[in-house]
Design a protein around this ligand. Sequence first.
Ligand code: DC
Length: 226
Amino acid sequence: MRHMGSVAIAIDGPSGAGKSTLARMTAREFGFIYVDTGALYRTVGLFALRRGVDTKDREGVAALLPEIHISMRYDESGVQRMLLGGEDVSDLIRTPEVSMAASDVSALPEVRAFLLDTQRDLAKQYNVVMDGRDIGTVVLPEAKIKIFLTASPRERAMRRWRELREEGVDTDLETVLRDMERRDRNDSSRDIAPLRPAPDAVMCDTTDLDLQGSFGLIRDIVRGRL
Ligand code: DC
């Protein structure tokens, strides 16, 4: 059922700034649903890779879109799972290869248009904390609260590297930093919905903050505005 008075919190920023962890914590604190929009682009990227389509090939990827059946569900603990044609691909979309594919396909206007309604529909139905790159600027320009999360590239690469190591992915910090800078360039320089703060976003730099410190900052911003 459509929920007229739903409230949206938009959290945008580059990869590794802590968006997903902090958005999840914020959602739990305020009883909202957490929507990870990057997972949608990742799922499209995975589909293109599986089909052997060059992820930068606009026409090739656009031609695939009518065949993609993406859905989302939330498990018992409220964790978002991504389904591709019914298959749970939530873990498969986390590899560095799929990260780059997601960044490529996210630059294509057809892909962005394809995913826009899904994101807006969720925000109409539920109170959401939605994280991504263009939530405050394009997807939900009317969001009540907009946060732009950043941290220095080295700090973001370090966090991502630690995460990958915990997942058992064997890689070194310099490779992660290089990949991240490439992806940041890709995401910020594209013509359509580039990564940039909305004029009314609150800027949060978490370089020198730990998780609790960063969460405290966001919680206070949200409390002050709800
Ligand atoms: O947040 P993430 O790393 O899971 O996102 C994967 C890619 O998708 C990222 O390189 C940029 C893109 N993306 C986007 O363009 N817009 C969004 N709202 C979310 C992600």
